[in-house]
Design a protein around this ligand. Structure first.
Ligand code: TYM
Length: 338
């Protein structure tokens, strides 16, 4: 048996990534990062800052660099621990980009251009529909397949990209012989899609320009409670999950995920109470969960040396694992090596 972030052959492999833009939101936390934290000790865990993915949108370089470092500190603050997981910056492990190229040559333009996120992002950044935007899911497939991942804990918005990853793995295996493990998604029952506090029909997004629409894991208590007080709700007064009540349903989802209660339990708890009281209760529960994270974040972000050490160590370990797969792939496709 091994301990720490060395790989244990008896454990399954989980891998996931997050793009460094803005700060980690409540949506990212409940859809993904909370599960990473809960699962990390039971798996061989690999988590990375998807900085290459984030380049698909124009960034101001100095700000982007700082945001990536902040994200690393935020993951540590959420309890993602180098004792349990390999944690690194995607751009530090060149094998990601190298495998993406080989997978590109096995991906059809038609299937890449059908991806919903590509279509959405192309519409949103119409002045910068670059090759990377379309290639984004192929890089994501490379991330996952490099490490023989068994499970990929993500929110529901990544499901289509996971399906493409599976298709590419199966296609490659059929064409060149058994090479990649075909991964499964791990999508939480509660929290897979947290919606905007201002438009509960849309997903909560890091890049939403409306500050009131999101909550960050490092926001202070007053800010969090204020955002929930301002959350858009629906007509009527009943606190229950219903299709015609997207605002209240979203708040119930958030409260259930934070308090680890079923929606029915939450409905019972707030029976007869008004929207105002409920919004404050949700805000306070979220603020209580994030308080220690905010405090830990302040500690980690002031220790750049520690971050650098963990990131370097993580990248070295990831590169060794990734190189094993890449070498095999290069051989299979017929690239020379001496
Ligand atoms: P990203 O950075 O957009 O989001 C990080 C994780 O948070 C989840 N998520 C949400 N979950 C619930 N409700 C929401 N409103 C919400 N918004 C985001 C996402 O599903 C994701 O799990 N392409 C990925 C990053 C990535 C990746 C990978 C993930 C790159 N390579 C390989 C897994 C495996 C992304 O943009 O996530």
């Amino acid at each position: 048996m091994t301990t720490g972030n060395t790989q244990n052959a008896q454990k399954k492999i989980i891998l996931s990534g997050i793009q460094p833009t803005g700060t980690i939101t409540l949506g990212n936390y409940l859809g993904a990062v909370q599960n990473w934290q809960r699962m990390q000790a039971d798996f061989n865990s690999i988590f990375f800052i998807a900085d290459l993915h984030a380049l698909t949108v124009r960034r101001e370089p100095a700000e982007f660099r700082q945001t990536a470092i902040n994200f690393f500190a935020q993951l540590l603050a959420c309890g993602i621990s180098p004792e349990n997981a390999i944690i690194y910056f995607q751009s530090h492990v060149r094998q990601h980009a190298e495998l993406a190229w080989i997978l590109n040559c096995n991906t059809y333009v038609g299937e890449a251009s059908r991806m919903t996120q590509f279509k959405d992002k192309s519409a949103k950044h119409a002045d910068n529909v670059n090759m990377g935007l379309m290639d984004y899911p192929v890089l994501m497939a490379a991330d996952i397949l490099l490490f023989n991942s068994d499970l990929v804990p993500v929110g529901i918005d990544q499901k289509q990209h996971l399906e493409l990853t599976r298709d590419l793995a199966i296609r490659f295996n059929n064409r060149y012989g058994e090479t990649f493990k075909v991964p499964d998604g791990y999508i939480p029952k509660t929290g897979a899609k947290i919606c905007s506090l201002q438009d509960p029909t849309a997903k909560m997004s890091k890049s939403d320009p409306d500050q009131n629409a999101t909550v960050s894991i490092i926001d202070d208590e007053a800010t969090i409670v204020r955002r929930f007080k301002r959350a858009v709700t629906d007509s009527g007064a009943e606190i229950c999950v219903r299709e015609d009540k997207p605002g209240i349903s979203n708040l119930i989802t958030i409260y259930s995920a934070i308090e680890n209660k079923s929606a029915a339990e939450v409905e019972r708890e707030f029976e007869g109470k008004g929207y105002g009281d409920f919004k404050i209760a949700v805000g306070e529960a979220v603020a209580a969960r994030f308080k220690p994270i905010r405090e830990e974040y302040a500690r980690y972000i002031s220790d750049k040396e520690y971050i650098a050490k963990i990131a370097k160590d993580g990248a070295e370990k990831a590169a060794v694992l990734a190189e094993r797969t890449l070498r095999k792939v290069k051989k299979k496709v017929g690239l020379t090596s001496f």
